[in-house]
Each structure stands twice: as C-alpha cells, then as structure tokens.
Design a protein around this ligand. Structure first.
Ligand SMILES: [Zn+2]
Length: 705
C-alpha cells in the first residue's frame, strides 16, 4: 500500500510525535549514531507532509530501559497525547524503541487504532486500525520483547558462567585490589592493610561495631576508604562503614557474587534486597587472600546479628558499664527469655535487679520474675574466684600481652600516617621547586599546597606523640600495676572496686556461657544453673534478700523475752529493761533510725501484734481481785483496801501505770480495826515482823525433821 495513501489530511492536521530513547546513560553518551538516526526521522515526517513546528520530540526518557513503561515519563505522555487525539503519527527508529514490553506495546497499538493515529519506523508507515498492519506491528512488538530477553540471557549467561568460575571482576572493598595479572591481592599500601587488620582485631576484642568505632575514635585512628577514582582517603570510622566491612565476605578471602538482588518497585524505584547465603549465585571461600578466616567471618556475622536483635528476641548483649555481673548472660528459668538488668537506688546504694518483664510490657501479663542482683552476683563472683585461679593467671598474661600489642599496633598505624604525610609533603615540595618562579599564580597555589601538607604532617606527628603518651600512661601506671596484681592474685583483682565492671564482665565472658535463674519464693531461695564455656554445668543456691518489712521485723527472741517479762512488769518497766540489756527495736534497720530505743508504746504494739496474753489477764489468772472485789471479800470499804495495800497489809500488783489488782492472803486476814493507839502503820510493821519470823522457824523445823 502506498505510504501516501495511509497519510490522510486529518492525520496532517494533528501533531507528529517523535519518540527518542537510549536504554542506558552510557548509550546516550557513546551511541550518538543511533541518536542521529532517531532525529533523522524528523525529515521523514516533513517529507510526508507535516510542518516542522508540528513535530513534537519526546526525549526525556533518555537513559531509561524500555523493559517497562511505568517509570518512563515520556512514554506516559506519548500514550496520553495519543489517547486525547493530539497525535496524527508516532515515530520511532524501531518499534522496540517505543516499548520492549508487549503489554505496553499492545496498549499503545490499541489506543493508536482507536484514535486513528499512524505509526512510523525506519521500515515504513503503519495504520494500527488496519488488520494487516496491526498483525505486523504486534509481531514486531513480540519480537522486540523476545530480542531483549535473548540479549539479556546471553549477557547474563556469560556473566554467570564467569561468576561460577570465580572470574567475574566485581568492585573490591577497600584493602583489596586486582594485581597486574588480574588476581585479587591485599592492598600494597601498608597503612591501609594494617588499619584493616587492626579493625578486625579490635572487633574480635570488643565484640560490637559501635564499640569498635569508639575505640578508633579514642585512639585517634582513621579508616581507609577508596573513592571512585580509586584514590584512597583516610576518614573517621563510622558505624555503617564498620558494619559493611564486617559483613563483607571478601575480607575473609571468599569470592562472592549476588549477595543482594536488584529489583524495581511498582513505582519504578530501584531497590536492593539482601539474599540468603544459600541463594547467592557464587560463594567460594578461600578464593583469594583475605584479612580474616572464613570461620572468623561467620562468627562475626553471628555476633552482629545477635547485637542487632534488640529487645524482643532473647540475646546475649556485650558487656557494658553497669555493675550487674550477669548482664546479657542471665536467662529466665521460667520462660527462657534473657533477663534484663535494671538498676535502682535503695537505701543509698545502687542495686541491680534481674527482671523478666517482656510479656508484662507487651501483653500486660503478670511480671514473670524479678530477682535481686547482689546475692546472685556475689555467688557468681565467689564461684569464679574459687574455680578459675590457675586459668585466670593465663588469662591475665594474655590480657597484658594483648594490651601491649594493641598499643604497639596503634602506634605503628600512627607512624604510617606520618610516613604518608611526609611523602605527600615531599611531593608537594618537589612540585613547588620545579615550577617556574615567574609563574606566580601556579607557584602560589603549589606553595599553599605544600604548606597544607606540612601542616598535616605536623598534626600527624603531634597525634602520635599524644597517643603514645596516653598509652604509656595507661600501661605504666594503672594497668601495669593492676595486671601484676592480677597475675599474683585473681581474687584481689576481681574484688578490687577500681576494676571496671566492663572488664570484670569480659573476664566472666571467657568463662561462663550463661546462667539460668529460677526464684523459689516459697523457700526464699534462688537457684542458679551456671553453664560454663566448656559445657560443664553447676548449680548454686542463694538466699533471697529480705523484703523491707522483713528487715525491720523485731527478732523472735525479743518477743519471747517480753512475754516472760510481762509476768512481773508493766510496759514502761519492760521497755527500760530491754533498753538496759542492749536490745534494740527492729526499726533501727531503717536509714537514720539506728539509735531508736524501746518505748512503752512500742512494747504495747508488739504485745498487741504478737497477741501475747495481757498482764491484766495473767494477774486475774493468778487469782488477783479488783479493788471492788477485794472490798467485798474483806468486808471493808474500797478506800480501806487502798490504804491497806499502801501500808502493805495486803499485796498490790500494778497492771499498768494507774491501776492495780489485789492479792488476798490465804489465811490470817488482817482485822478491820480503828484505834488511835494502835495505828495502821504500826500494825503493818508488827504484821511484817510476825509474817517473816514464823516462816523462817517453820523452815528450820522442817530442816530438823
Ligand atoms: Zn521469664
């Protein structure tokens, strides 16, 4: 069919859309010939009768792949313009330029057919409304999609083959380079190498990425980082760099490919998702030299994972500053979660508690367990001290060696920094010397550069001096002495309040895997199942500390004593006797109450609380009468009873500070009498005499008989 027959006047009234695209930015830059051909289609449109100003060029999809239309703005615009009937013809170099995806392509065809829009490529003009053309275009679309797939499969297959042999070259992390024969080798730069070795050693020692970052900062060390132009710069270590380096298997000498998977999201954004190690296309341990072993790398990954799991899952956290010895190593004996540590100030002291409250916090369930730290820590401390003395000497020596080695390593790294700065300063100096002195502009710049390098050199030297002094001080003064003490006596170091809790816990970590705590409230004890590193298990039992109420409870022997004293004394007398005998009430255990004494009120309270028989009841049981009863019994008035008691004719026993009960003698009752010549006090004295005399005489008589 003649091309000109397809192009009708109503097509010419509408615009001609020229769609230009290159798949990648590299093609945009390098494949200019193709772009020129695409722009040349413009001439074809003019030849077909479109005016120049009617031609609309859509080229804002440059650098985007044709595999989907979703994220291609230009294609979206093209489709919408066609749909609105603005387009008389759509032009593309090949059909594949328009869409590599058959669904997108068919939709465009459909819309073009409805809107009566023509399609033009290098081969000719098509009318999507005509069945033949539509069939051809559909075929072309399918071919185009298939072509893309074949190209991809071929390229990818080649890459994957190389990957399987471990020959595909990927970007290497800082510290590894390709040598001239294309093999992976350690970076020839000594400073880079030593810093990375130091980095992995530090992580092994402190057990966390962020702690490693802190150590680097405190030691004033920088971490190498390779820029895109393969220049290496030294920068402060960050946590993300540390984690990235720790999780990169290439440092362990393993060739890996496809650790992450590239995906497009529904809105066209690119995302990377980590794959499981089993899904990696290639993973070959010991493929090239590395900084750590493959086993060490796996161990590091495990540590990172455990550190990052946070609150929800059970975890063994790294030693921190707090005094609770079993932080991160205590397991709940009830539910198996790791116990958390809480610190609280009680009676002026900071005390640790091991608590299990995850279910309590998340699901409102009752608190699982809460165990006081001090008895547990004490028991563990004693266990460590008694069990580990010979091993501890070894350990202490190791620690000492390690600290020395660490300081030497840090110093060596600082020396490398100085060497590097020196080299760069020399270079700058040479450049400055070589420049023509008349060329002031260049000379000034080079001089500035030289000065800058000299300043960096001076800084590096200063840094080294400062670091060395600091290390020297630590090693010489505190650490040295303490380590000597440690080798001599592990116990001393363990109990030394100056030993940081963190170090103590690190020592503990060498010995103990974990401890399962189970509180038995009924027995007032806690069971400690200690699991040692070697797998040995030992069970300890500690007493639970008394509650506040229990601590201020009066001792049982004092209550017994009060019970006994009640037979003969009233409250104020009892209080006085207790105080004289040196007894103190239970409340003295309270802060600021250590000099409290027994008072009548306190005695009364104890008698009430312990339900001791009252003194009144005791006296009544012994047959004592009230004043009224005594008056009736003796047939005298109450006043006379009181007077007789006062002068000792009858016995009187106080049951509190004000009232008494009266003891009536069995026989020989005093006679009621009133006489001026025989007064009451004389009778009482006479009676006293007669009462004592016969009693002794009867005793003598009995002795004779
Ligand atoms: Zn629990």
């Amino acid at each position: 069919m003649n091309v000109h027959l397809k192009v009708q006047s109503h097509h010419l009234e509408r615009g001609a859309y020229l769609y230009i695209r290159q798949s990648s930015m590299r093609q945009v830059v390098e494949n200019v010939e193709s772009a020129r051909r695409q722009y040349a289609l413009r001439g074809r449109a003019v030849a077909l009768g479109w005016r120049d100003e009617q031609i609309i060029v859509i080229d804002n999809d440059q650098g985007e792949s044709g595999a989907s239309a979703v994220w291609r703005e230009g294609f979206q615009r093209l489709v919408s313009d066609v749909g609105m009937g603005h387009a008389g013809i759509v032009m593309g170099l090949e059909v594949s330029r328009l869409a590599r995806n058959n669904a997108d392509w068919q939709r465009l065809l459909e819309i073009c057919a409805l809107a009566d829009t023509l399609i033009l490529d290098e081969d000719g003009v098509y009318d999507p409304a005509s069945f033949n053309d539509r069939l051809l275009l559909g075929l072309k679309g399918t071919m185009s999609e298939a072509e893309l797939h074949v190209i991809k499969a071929r390229l990818r297959g080649g890459i994957l083959n190389k990957v399987r042999r471990g020959e595909f070259r990927c970007l290497l992390p800082t510290g590894l380079v390709y040598d001239h024969s294309g093999n992976v080798a350690l970076d020839p730069d000594m400073q880079v190498r030593e810093t990375i070795v130091h980095f992995f050693e530090t992580f092994s020692r402190v057990g966390s990425a962020s702690q490693t970052v802190k150590v680097f900062r405190n030691e004033g060390l920088l971490f190498p980082s390779r820029l895109h132009n393969s220049e290496t710069v030294f920068r402060p270590l960050t946590a993300s760099t540390a984690v990235r380096a720790l999780s990169n298997p290439r440092y362990a000498g393993a060739y890996t490919y496809g650790r992450r998977q590239f995906r497009r999201t529904i809105d066209g954004k690119k995302t990377l998702r980590a794959r499981d190690i089993d899904d990696w296309p290639a993973c070959m341990p010991d493929a090239h030299p590395g900084y750590i072993s493959w086993e060490r790398h796996q161990e590091n990954l495990k540590i990172l994972k455990a550190n990052g799991r946070g609150f929800e899952a059970a975890r063994a956290s790294i030693p921190r500053e707090g005094p609770a010895l079993l932080q991160g190593r205590a397991v709940c004996g009830q539910c198996g979660n790791h116990l958390r540590v809480r610190y609280a100030a009680r009676r002026g002291r900071q005390e640790a508690w091991y608590i299990c409250n995850r279910d309590h916090i998340y699901r409102g369930e009752p608190m699982c367990q809460s165990i006081a730290g001090p008895p547990v820590d004490e028991a563990i401390g004693m266990l460590i001290a008694e069990q580990m003395t010979p091993a501890a000497v070894e350990l202490a020596l190791d620690v000492r060696k390690e600290i020395q080695a660490r300081h030497e390593e840090a110093d060596r790294l600082r020396c490398r920094a100085i060497e590097r700065a020196q080299t760069e300063a020399d270079l700058a100096q040479r450049r400055f010397m070589l420049v023509d002195p008349n060329n002031r502009l260049v000379a000034d710049t080079l001089e500035g550069e030289w000065n800058e390098k000299l300043r960096i050199l001076a800084n590096a030297r200063e840094e080294r001096e400062r670091g060395r002094e600091h290390d020297q001080f630590i090693l010489d003064k505190a650490v040295h002495e303490r380590l000597v003490a440690m080798t001599a006596d592990f116990n001393e170091l363990w109990k030394d309040p100056d030993t940081p809790s963190r170090e103590r816990k690190r020592l503990l970590a060498h010995i103990i895997e974990d401890v399962t705590l189970l509180k038995l409230p009924a027995e007032g004890t806690t069971k400690l199942h200690v699991r040692f590193k070697g797998g040995k298990i030992q069970t300890l039992t500690t007493m639970n500390p008394k509650s506040s109420a229990q601590q201020i409870k009066t001792k049982p022997n004092i209550v017994e004593l009060i019970d006994k004293l009640l037979d003969d004394y009233i409250y104020p007398e009892i209080a006085e006797i207790l105080n004289e005998q040196g007894h103190r009430p239970g409340g003295t255990a309270r802060r600021g109450c250590h000099d409290a004494r027994f008072t009548p009120l306190k005695v009364a309270y104890l008698i009430h609380e312990y339900k001791l028989q009252s003194r009144y009841d005791r006296l009544r049981q012994r047959g004592m009468l009230t004043r009224q009863e005594a008056a009736v019994h003796l047939n005298i008035s109450e006043q006379t009873v009181a007077r007789w008691a006062k002068y000792g004719l009858i016995a009187r026993h106080a049951y509190n500070g004000h009232y008494s009960l009266y003891e009536i003698p069995d026989g020989d009752l005093p006679q009621k009498q009133c006489s001026r010549w025989n007064q009451l006090q004389d009778r009482a004295a006479a009676r006293q005499q007669t009462q004592t005399e016969p009693r002794t005489s009867t005793g003598e008589e009995r002795g004779v008989v």
